[in-house]
Design a protein. Sequence first.
Length: 340
Amino acid sequence: MDYLIAAAGLGLLLIAGDFLVRGAVNLALRLGIPALIVSLTVVAFGTSAPELVISIGSVLDDAPGLAIGNVVGSNTANVLLVLGVPALLYGLATGEHKTSRNFLWMLSATALFIALAWLGPFAWWNGLILLAGFAVVTASQVRSARRHRRANHAARARARAAARAEAERREAGGAEDDADISPEEIEGANPEMPGWRVALFLILGLAGLPVGAQLLVTSAVNIATAWGVSETVIGLTLVAVGTSLPELATTIAAGLRRQADVALGNVIGSNMFNLLVIIGVASLFGRIPVEDEILRFDLWVMAGASVLLAPFVIWRMNMGRITGAALTVLYAAYVYLILT
């Protein structure tokens, strides 16, 4: 039965991830903003829902160490596994999109998180600092979206003016106008789906991802227990990977639809959300100590994995299959080290 539940959870993840990508891309078209910004906000927050639920529940259940391990492990998995597997399968054209500013925001969030972790247990005041950092990042995204919308409206106005001028020229020259010229055709934009369908895709995607992740993680834990795997091993591997499954499903769906900006933006946005919001909110419910092993090893692996994105977001290199294989092997090596 657990195997059937695992298969159902995996299928739900893949379908929900595809719905979320379709909804996000068309929402961006309707709002006149880049799909990257939608992926950094709506998509990233939605795929981070499992981490938020688990971290708050861990603090309330007097198991705060799981909250830190969940976030640090998930952020590492997001870079090495969530980007590595799709790149290994078919490559990601990450070099086509400008994400350097958001990448620097993610590095800043990582540095702030590590600094607060070394200062001692996360308390309510640490949480307020992290949430304030998230407010700054969100304000930056809102300003960027507004600038892009203004630029997009100006471009549409120029296109309409050019279309009218071309029509007047043809009429004055007596040429036949075989077809109407639309701004959408001039700009090469895709037709937008109805608003209710965009909303439906977003709702189904955001609702289906955490449900699918829960089904898959629960069944995987039962299967691992039946095979005699210890609870410690399950926690170190399945919890972190399981809460990253929504990001993985969304990234695979985005890659298949050639939406590398959504894939990369999802990972960058999810990592910032994990560090600033999940621990920020969870620390308001109780103190969260950080174990020495995490301070000495896991935090720096997370930071190193984040820095590995630099060539792809600053120098705009594409992620080929070799890169995907390297990232996946690095994650496997990391899991091996924490288990031995």
